[in-house]
Structure formats: C-alpha cells, structure tokens
Design a protein around this ligand. Structure first.
Ligand SMILES: *[C@@H]1O[C@H](CO)[C@@H](O)[C@H](O)[C@H]1NC(C)=O
Ligand SMILES: [Cu+2]
Length: 246
C-alpha cells in the first residue's frame, strides 16, 4: 500500500512538473507543437515544425547535445519534417503547457541559420557555432520570466523576429531555464524547444557573435549557479542579445 501511494504521488508530481511548447503562432499562422506524450505514441509521429523531444524532463548536463533541442541518452532530437513561415519583424508566440509556479528562471530565445544549400529539414548543427540570441528576460520588477511573466501571459511567450534579419531558414530555439535547484551545479534545469522557420523579407542583418550549443554555458558562466531566494537582478547566461541593428 505504501508502495502504491509512493507510486501514485510520483506520477502526480511528474504530471505537475515541467512542460513543452504545445502551439506556435508565427505572425497569424498557428502550428501545433511537438506533443511528446501523444506524438511519441504514434509511428510515425505526426509531422510538426518543432523538433521532437522524448518527454518533459529537463536537460541538466551542459555538455550534452540534448541541450540544443532536447533529448535523452536513448532518444536524440532530429530535424522535423515541416517548416513554418514568418516575416522578419513579425512576432512568434510560443505557447507552453502550464508552467509550475516554483520553477523560476529566465526565458531565452536563440536563432541558428541553416547553411547555404542545406535544407533545414535535414540539418543538425552539432557543436558548430551557429547560434545567436534574439531575446532574454530574467526578472522584471522582481517577477521571473518563468513562471511569473509567462503565466501572466496565459503561458504564451512572445518574441519578435528582428526586422532586419536576413531571409532564410532558421531554427528558433526558445529556452526556459529553471533555477529552483541551481544553488550548486549540477542542479539548473533546461527546457529547450526548437521550431524550424522560414523567415521572409529583405533584411540584410547577419549577427557576428555566434555560439555553439552545447558549449555556450559552463558551470562557471554567470547565472548558471544561482539562489532564487536572493533578491536583486539576474542576468541570463549566454551572449548578448542581437537586435538586428546595423
Ligand atoms: C495554447 O494552446 C492550447 C492548445 O492548442 C490552446 O487550447 C490554448 O488556447 C492556447 N493558449 C493561448 C493563450 O492561445
Ligand atoms: Cu523540475
């Protein structure tokens, strides 16, 4: 009986934990996210613009390739079959499943441009330095991006595609970082979600500060070991934000 209770409460706590991007709106077009619980149960899984993930468990090892777009030792991410459409200057809306209130931390967004002549539905960046950051929010007026601001926005994280971004195929990587157990490393939890997008427009902006994921964060990077109980500002880890200004 004790075992059963332990098992049931474990299930409940897992259901209450974490989440994934269930829906993406690019401009005015709506796409279903990769839904790990139901999509993984189908063979083949439904075609999505979002790269597959095994489940809603966090990535905790900064050196694993799973930090890029999700995965586990037994389930690697892979390119998705579809590509979403958005114009530079439009807003992408990432609709996360209910985010637990105690999982506090920043929300960051990166882009990576598929190399010339490579179709994004075939592209795995590996550890190449191809990523640049377009958005980050840590804390605003004492409220954390996750979950305070995200939940206040009904679970939808909005990020503008820089107006001057050069057209092409990109991976849009939205990342929630959970700091609730980050007082030592390992402890910090990462929840990346990668959508494949085709950006249209006549922009010419090309960022110069490119990082690799994994590689961009180390246990010593500012913001990786953190005590959320401490008041004050928080600067998210990684490179500075590229706004597309020239
Ligand atoms: C988020 O996506 C879910 C599932 O498609 C949908 O029911 C919900 O209305 C969406 N939330 C918002 C704020 O658009
Ligand atoms: Cu957790």
């Amino acid at each position: 009986m004790l075992k059963l209770i332990t098992f049931v409460s474990l299930l409940v706590s897992q259901v209450a934990a974490h989440g994934w991007v269930q829906e993406i709106t690019l401009g005015s077009k709506v796409y279903t996210g990769f839904l790990p619980n139901t999509d993984n149960a189908q063979n083949p899984p439904p075609a999505r613009i979002v790269r597959r993930i095994p489940d809603f468990n966090p990535i905790t090892d900064l050196t694993r390739i799973d930090l890029q777009c999700g995965g586990s030792p037994t389930y690697q991410t892979a390119p998705a079959p579809l590509v979403g459409q958005i114009a530079a200057g439009e807003t992408a809306k990432l609709n996360w499943t209910a985010w637990p209130a105690n999982h506090k931390g920043p929300v960051l967004t990166y882009l990576a441009k598929a190399p010339e002549g490579v179709d994004i539905t075939q592209w795995l960046p590996g550890t190449d330095a191809v990523w640049f950051k377009i958005d980050e929010v840590g804390k605003e007026n004492g409220r954390w991006a996750a979950s305070d601001l995200l939940t206040a926005a009904s679970g939808v994280w909005s990020v503008k595609i820089p107006e001057n971004l050069a057209p092409g195929q990109y991976i849009l990587r939205n990342e929630i970082i959970d700091l609730h157990s980050a007082t030592t490393y390992p402890g910090i939890q990462f929840f990346p979600s990668c959508a494949q997008i085709e950006v249209t427009g006549s922009g010419t902006g090309v960022p110069t500060e490119l990082v690799s994921i994994p590689g961009v964060y180390t246990p010593e990077s500012p913001g990786i070991v953190w005590d959320i109980g401490v008041e004050g500002d928080y600067t998210p880890p990684g490179p500075s934000v590229w706004t597309g200004e020239v």
